[in-house]
Design a protein around this ligand. Structure first.
Ligand SMILES: Nc1ncnc2c1ncn2[C@@H]1O[C@H](COP(=O)(O)OP(=O)(O)O)[C@@H](O)[C@H]1O
Ligand SMILES: [Mg+2]
Length: 398
C-alpha cells in the first residue's frame, strides 16, 4: 500500500500554547487509521489539519506526494464527519444523501472542448443520482428508508445517513471525529463493526479519532497513540497492546500493572527484590526499567508456589472473571482471574516469562500502573459517555 497522506514535522499552537509538537505520520491508501488519546491531546487538531480547516505553524502535508498544506478543504479529496454532524432536517433520507450529487457537475463526454482549455460540464441525470444513492442506501443498510424524515430516525440511523452522505462523492479519504461518541454502548459496538465493513467495502481510507481504546483496537489497521501533542506510538492494535513503548501507552491501552524494575542482564528482570526470567533483551546491564504485567497474565497460586506474594484487598465480579486488587509490598496490583478467592487471603502470583513486558524509563515512569486509587467510579468519571442524543456540548469536548 502506498503512502496517501504524509504529515511532516507538523507543529501547531493556539495563543502561545503548543497543541501539536512535531507530528510525523504517514497514512497508507485504503488503510483504517485511528488517532487515539485522551481529551485535549491534539487529535481533532490533527484531523482538521488533514481536512484543511486549519493550517500548521510549521511542517508540510502531502497528499499523493503533492504538497497540499495550503490547499483549501473543498479542493482536497477528503470528506469529514464531525463529532457533531448535522443532517438537513427539512430533507428526507434520500435527499440528504443525494444532496452533494445535486450540486455536482461533471465534464460532458464526447466533446472536444478540452482542446481549447474549456471543459463543458453538466449536472448528473436523475438516473445517475438514483443509482448512486441506492448503492449508498444498501451500503449503510437503510434501504426502504428513502422517504423517511431524518428527524424521525434513531441516533444510529441518523449516523448511517451521515456516513452515506459523506461517502456519496467517493472521497479518497474520510475523516471521522468521534462519530459514535453520542451513541449508547450496544449501538456503538454495532456501528463500529458496520463502519469497519463499510471501509472494507468501499476501499476508502478512514482516519478515525477516538479516546476509546477498545474502539481503536477493534476497528483499526493502525493505531496512533497521542499524548501532549506528541505521537507516543504507531502500530497495529496487537503491537500497541503487547509491546507498549512507554508507561503512558501501557496504561492507556487496557489495564496494566507497571512496576519498577531493572535488568541485571538480557532475559532476566528483577522486581520486588526477586529475579524472574523474561523474553526481552537489549537493555544496558543494570538498566532501570518499567515492567508491564497485564492483569490477565497473572495466575493466582497458593503462597508456597511463588516467591511473589500479596494480599487480596478487593474483589469485583465482572461477569466473565473476577477482578482483584492485590497488595504486594505496598504496591497495588490488578489481577483478573476466573478463580474465586476470599478478600483478605494471601496468594502467590505466578507470571510466565513472556508476560513481562520491559520498557525503557520515560517521562511517564512512576505516573501509572499502581491500583491504589483504583475504582470503577473513578474510571467512569475520567471516561464519560455523553448522554444519548444528538446534541452533546460543543465541538471537541469529550
Ligand atoms: N481553535 C482553538 N483555539 C484555541 N485552542 C484550541 C483550539 N482548538 C483546540 N484548542 C486546544 O488545543 C488542545 C487540543 O485540542 P484538540 O485537538 O481538540 O484535542 P482532542 O481532539 O484530542 O481532544 C486543547 O487544549 C484545546 O483546548
Ligand atoms: Mg477532539
Amino acid at each position: 500500500m502506498s503512502r496517501l497522506i504524509e504529515l511532516k514535522g507538523i507543529t501547531k499552537g493556539y495563543d502561545g500554547e503548543t497543541v501539536l509538537n512535531g507530528i510525523d505520520l504517514y497514512i497508507r491508501d485504503k488503510e483504517f487509521v485511528t488517532l487515539l488519546g485522551p481529551s485535549g491531546c491534539g487529535k481533532t487538531t490533527t484531523l482538521r489539519l488533514i481536512g484543511g480547516f486549519e493550517s500548521p505553524d510549521e511542517g508540510t502535508i502531502l497528499f499523493d506526494g503533492q504538497d497540499i498544506t495550503d490547499l483549501p478543504p473543498h479542493k482536497r479529496q477528503v470528506n469529514t464527519i464531525f463529532q457533531r454532524y448535522a443532517l438537513f432536517p427539512h430533507l428526507n433520507v434520500y435527499e440528504n444523501i443525494a444532496f452533494a450529487l445535486r450540486m455536482k457537475r461533471v465534464p460532458v463526454e464526447g466533446e472536444d472542448g478540452e482542446a481549447e482549455g474549456k471543459v463543458r460540464t453538466r449536472k448528473l441525470t436523475r438516473e445517475e443520482i438514483d443509482e448512486r444513492v441506492q448503492r449508498m442506501l444498501a451500503l449503510v443498510s437503510l434501504k426502504g428508508f428513502e422517504k423517511r424524515n431524518v428527524t424521525s430516525l434513531s441516533g444510529g440511523q441518523q449516523q448511517r445517513v451521515a456516513i452515506a452522505r459523506s461517502l456519496i462523492n467517493e472521497p479518497r479519504v474520510l475523516l471521522l471525529d468521534e462519530p459514535l461518541a453520542a451513541l449508547d454502548l450496544k449501538l456503538r459496538k454495532d456501528m463500529q463493526k458496520e463502519l469497519k465493513d463499510i471501509q472494507k467495502a468501499t476501499n476508502i481510507t478512514f482516519i478515525y479519532v477516538t479516546h476509546d481504546q477498545e474502539e481503536a483496537l477493534s476497528m483499526s489497521d493502525t493505531v496512533v497513540v497521542m499524548q501532549n501533542g506528541i505521537i507516543q506510538q504507531i502500530g497495529t492494535p496487537t503491537d500497541i497492546y503487547n509491546e507498549p513503548k512507554n508507561a503512558f501507552v501501557a496504561d492507556f491501552i487496557g489495564e496494566s500493572n507497571i512496576v519498577d524494575g531493572f535488568m541485571p542482564c538480557d532475559y532476566t528482570v528483577k522486581l520486588n527484590g526477586l529475579t524472574f526470567p523474561c523474553v526481552d533483551g537489549g537493555f544496558a546491564p543494570g538498566e532501570p526499567v518499567d515492567v508491564v504485567i497485564r492483569p490477565e497474565d497473572i495466575d493466582i497460586v497458593t503462597p508456597d508456589k511463588s516467591r511473589l506474594r500479596g494480599t487480596i484487598t478487593a474483589c469485583t465480579f465482572k461477569g466473565v472473571h473476577y477482578e482483584y486488587i492485590v497488595d504486594v509490598s505496598g504496591f497495588k496490583w490488578m489481577i483478573q482471574s476466573t478463580d474465586f478467592v476470599e478478600t483478605g487471603s494471601v496468594i502467590g502470583l505466578s507470571i510466565d516469562p513472556d508476560a513481562f513486558h520491559i520498557m525503557h524509563k520515560s517521562e511517564f515512569s512512576g505516573m501509572f500502573g499502581d491500583y491504589s486509587t483504583f475504582s470503577d467510579e473513578m474510571d467512569e468519571l475520567s471516561n464519560p459517555i455523553p448522554e444519548d442524543g444528538e446534541d452533546e456540548e460543543d465541538g471537541d469536548g469529550e
